[in-house]
Design a protein around this ligand. Structure first.
Ligand SMILES: [Fe+2]
Ligand SMILES: [Fe+2]
Length: 254
């Protein structure tokens, strides 16, 4: 079983890159399941039904989210009906949506779980370590479990992966938008990378237009951060569970 996991898709450039580059990737690689983090898919902030449909039409099976889940209020109208959509499972109980989904493909059952870190993130979330324990116990009959751990602090991400080594099939980090070169198979077999990276405009700061970010950094005056346009880099990992391998991918549009 192979799964392709695409890092935070940012704005129109990111969405276009997914649609344009999945067929290119498919010439060299194959996968049974495609997951994309979509927390920045709608103009850099959140997800709309139209943006979700674009990603699904491009070949994405499951969309995971993160701290930007609620940025676009349109999500509230469809998150409870969208079986392909997963928001962090460690949000407080009354929050809409689901923290995991199960995909049945080719005779296998794969659980895709979304968790948020607590370090340098929204502080009122439940403990991701305890939540992972609960969910993995609950999902014991699944063949594979893939966790999108959406977090800022590298130590927390490595720590959760080590904690779950041998219990989760893969732990992949998202949120920083910068791909890390530490993809590895942990001692008990869990596939891991600290951050998959983002899929968005190359000429940008984390997928956003450069000038407003520099203005904010130099003046401290709050700015609007529109998603940048232009050719994109697609960042992803290919998780090959049958072979026990993780392949890091970064592909630039011309
Ligand atoms: Fe993001
Ligand atoms: Fe994020």
């Amino acid at each position: 079983m192979k799964a392709l996991f695409i890092g935070d898709v940012v704005g129109r450039s990111g969405r276009n890159a997914v649609a344009a580059m999945l067929p290119v990737l498919a010439r060299e690689h194959s996968w049974d399941l495609c997951i994309a983090n979509g927390e920045n898919a709608a103009g850099g902030r959140g997800l709309t039904p139209a943006c979700a449909q674009e990603l699904l039409a491009a070949g994405v099976d499951v969309i995971t989210m993160g701290n930007h889940t609620w940025d676009n209020k349109e999500i509230l109208a469809f998150i409870d009906e969208a079986s392909y959509l997963v928001r962090p499972a460690n949000y407080p109980a009354p929050v809409p949506g689901q923290g995991y989904t199960i995909v049945e493909k080719g005779g296998t059952r794969t659980a895709v779980i979304n968790l948020s870190g607590q370090v340098f993130m929204e502080p009122a979330l439940d403990c991701p370590f305890a939540k992972a324990d609960t969910l993995l116990a609950q999902l014991g009959d699944c063949d594979y479990t893939i966790i999108d751990f959406h977090g800022e602090a590298t130590a927390e991400k490595v720590g959760l992966a080590r904690y779950l080594d041998g219990r989760a099939s893969a732990v992949v980090g998202t949120h920083t938008h910068i791909q890390t070169a530490d993809e590895q198979v942990l001692p008990r077999g869990t596939l891991y990378i600290t951050d998959v990276g983002a899929t968005g405009a190359i000429c940008s700061v984390l997928g956003m237009e450069v000038d407003p970010v520099i203005k904010r950094l130099t003046t401290k005056i709050p700015q609007r951060f529109p998603a940048a346009r232009g050719p994109a880099r697609l960042c992803a990992v290919l998780l090959d569970f049958s072979a026990g391998r993780i392949l890091r991918l970064a592909l630039d549009q011309d």
